[in-house]
Design a protein around this ligand. Structure first.
Ligand code: SAM
Length: 254
């Protein structure tokens, strides 16, 4: 897929059932765990709601405190769907401090000059990263968590497996077939490793949700997705969702 000329099928609005379910799950997470789900839950609810499969397995790369992981689990529970959910993370933040040029905020300038993002995206990223000078979100400790708390929350579900460690080690050992892949791992290399190892495990009509294709902090995710799908444009269609000011992207395999 050449994302300079994205194959956008639709500037999609979520239908009312998906929005209602997203709201219900969001409220549930808030009242049960005090977790705030960002708008990134809606495309996942859309993918889960619209499946015709009776068994639906899901992998998430980037769990952090578990807001969307538990949102996915609650959505499947609401729908009575037989699903298993695999959550991959170091559960200790990024494996190392990040020093990859694609991940530095300055890389938004390159994306803009190569026509890979639009002016609105560039301007928002400029503001969000204090004129591309703030890169505190690349620090190893940026996503440190209280792992015990996450384990307690996850223990109340019998269909979640957490897989702990650097993706370089954990993803190549994974062999299960999956129907939905949620990428929420920010970094160029983390996206590359996730796609290389897990995309081949996606079922024939599988879905991939890219949390950071329109990131205002992490330009490397967009670069990784563009490169990975450059030679695979015939394998599916890319749907662009707008929720508020923010875009989320979903690949729907044929
Ligand atoms: C944006 S957070 C995930 C947010 C989460 N999905 C939520 O709902 O709040 C990104 C996560 O990816 C993890 N991560 C990124 N690269 C990784 C890698 N190479 N190996 C293991 N974990 C990684 C970080 O530890 C962090 O917890």
């Amino acid at each position: 897929m050449d994302f300079k000329r994205p194959c956008i099928i639709d500037h999609m609005q979520f239908d009312s059932e998906v929005l209602r379910l997203t709201d219900d799950v969001t409220q549930q997470l808030n009242s049960k765990y005090g977790l705030q789900c960002s708008p990134n839950l809606a495309p996942l609810v859309f993918a889960i709601y619209n499946t015709s499969r009776s068994k639906f397995d899901i992998a998430q790369c980037g769990v952090y405190e578990g807001a969307t992981l538990l949102g996915i689990a609650e959505t499947c529970r609401f729908l009575g769907l037989d699903a298993h959910i695999y959550g991959f993370d170091s559960f200790d933040g990024f494996p190392k401090n990040i020093d990859c040029d694609y991940d530095k905020p300055m890389y938004f300038k390159t994306l803009m000059s190569e026509g890979k993002i639009d002016k609105a995206h560039y301007d928002q990223a400029f503001i969000r990263t204090s004129a591309f000078t703030n890169d505190s979100h690349l620090d190893k400790t940026y996503f440190s968590i209280d792992k015990e708390k996450l384990l307690q929350r996850v223990a109340t579900y019998n269909n979640i497996t957490l897989i702990d460690g650097d993706f370089d080690r954990t993803l190549s050992a994974f062999r299960e077939s999956i129907d939905l892949l949620h990428l929420d791992c920010d970094l160029y290399m983390s996206y590359c490793t996730s796609l290389t190892n897990l995309y081949p495990l996606l079922s024939s009509q599988g879905r991939v949700v890219f949390d950071e294709y329109y990131s205002l902090k992490y330009p490397g995710a967009r670069e990784a997705v563009n490169r990975f799908f450059k030679e695979r444009s015939s394998e599916g269609v890319f749907l662009r969702f707008r929720h508020g000011d923010f875009e989320r992207w979903l690949l729907k395999k044929h």
